[in-house]
Design a binder for this molecule. Structure first.
Ligand SMILES: Nc1ncnc2c1ncn2[C@@H]1O[C@H](COP(=O)(O)OP(=O)(O)OP(=O)(O)O)[C@@H](O)[C@H]1O
Length: 364
């Protein structure tokens, strides 16, 4: 009896294993391992030049990797030509054929009869929120509408994979945000496994089930948006995603942890460092108190500047008695310390131990 090959584990439906890529002497990808579950929305997030697009292009068969393997549903796809890899792709630039109308653009890859094509195009236009746009030409559409058509075209053949290369970054902020929400709803409705490249952390946090943060051809961290933001695995991730406060930390001879060699601070259980380290916290975790209450992790700070951010104020604080150590605090009008945020005022700030993370200093 012949047994079917074992199903890959749930998280391994799409798998990059040990992917390397060089352009001449330049190492663009340096051993990428990443598993993606069926139906998952994964964002590759990282600064310009870190290799995101190269990885996407390798998956699409538009670029050849030097080493490693690629599999989809347990099948090696690394050697298949692009046309046999079963994906739809949307690029940053709309890449529609200007001389074809919307219907012809969407139906471009369909190999069905005329009636079936028309039915499918109409259904896809409904899906992307452009019903009845069949006879329009790309030049008659806004940037957001063109990206909707590009998305409809990418989904036309019901592909196993949807690949998105910065699809929203050419759009203005309002359209981008609107389309972002719609893209997420559509992806969830269709359950299509999606890999999106972006350097926009807000976009990745809002859209992805899972974010893979890349740096210089490597993956720094893979996690849910919440994990990436709240529990960054490295200084790079902490700084790249959101705003970060860093305070140098020393442990004195009595085992007391001190910030800037002075203020005692308690840390989350099990995180007392053995060598030089820094404490990390997010601006929204810094609590400004209306009045001084002595206790652990309460420090005195001078308000240097207050910036209006709409729903929040961002205060730049310098810690009293700690040289030029600075902290950002995001404070809402509903917070008790809001009224105390006046430049030139001294305010007590509280750093909740459970919101602090300790990172060892990189060894010299
Ligand atoms: N065909 C190529 N020839 C030479 N170098 C290349 C080629 N394609 C990409 N690179 C280089 O490889 C590195 C990674 O490029 P890639 O486009 O993957 O980065 P990225 O993270 O997508 O950046 P961006 O957000 O700016 O698009 C860059 O330094 C880029 O200059």
């Amino acid at each position: 009896m012949i047994f079917p090959p074992p199903a890959p584990p749930a998280h391994d439906w799409l798998r990059f294993a040990g992917i390397h890529k060089r352009f001449g002497a330049f190492r663009a990808l340096d051993g990428i391992d990443l598993g993606i579950r069926k139906g998952e929305f994964v964002c590759l997030l990282g600064p310009s030049g870190c290799g995101k697009t190269t990885l996407l292009r390798i998956l699409a068969g538009l670029e050849k990797h030097d080493a490693g393997s690629l599999s989809l549903g347990g099948r090696d796809i690394g050697h298949l030509p692009a046309g046999r890899r079963d994906y739809g792709i949307v690029f940053q630039s709309y890449a529609l054929f200007p001389n074809l109308d919307v219907a012809a653009n969407i139906a471009y890859g369909l190999r069905t009869g005329r009636m079936e094509k028309a039915r499918r195009v109409s259904a896809l236009l409904d899906l992307v929120g452009l019903p009845g746009a069949e006879r329009k030409y790309p030049a008659q559409l806004s940037g957001g509408q063109q990206q909707r058509v590009a998305l409809a075209r990418a989904l036309a053949t019901s592909p196993s994979l949807l690949l998105l290369d910065e699809p929203l970054s050419a759009l203005d902020a309002q359209v981008r945000e609107h389309l972002r929400r719609e893209l997420r709803l559509l992806q969830q409705k269709l359950g299509v496994t999606t890999l999106m490249v972006t350097h926009d952390q807000e976009e990745a946090l809002a859209l992805a089930d899972t974010i893979a943060v890349m740096r210089a051809g490597r993956i720094e961290q893979v996690g849910t948006p919440e994990q990436i933001y709240r529990e960054p695995a490295s200084r790079f991730v902490a700084d790249f995603v959101g705003h970060a406060n860093w305070l140098p930390l020393q442990v004195d001879a009595q085992g007391v942890c001190r910030i800037a060699g002075a203020m005692a601070i308690s840390l989350p259980a099990g995180s007392v460092p053995t060598g030089p380290a820094s404490v990390f916290c997010r601006p929204e975790d810094v609590r400004v108190a209306p009045s001084w209450q002595s206790g652990d992790n309460t420090l005195l700070a001078l308000v240097e500047r207050v910036d209006f951010l709409g729903g929040l104020r961002r205060a730049s604080l310098s810690l009293c008695g700690a040289g030029d150590l600075r902290l950002l605090a995001d404070v809402s009008p509903n917070d008790a310390g809001f009224a105390a945020l006046v430049p030139g005022q001294r305010v007590p700030v509280f750093l909740p131990a459970d919101r602090l993370r300790v990172f060892a200093e990189p060894s010299a």
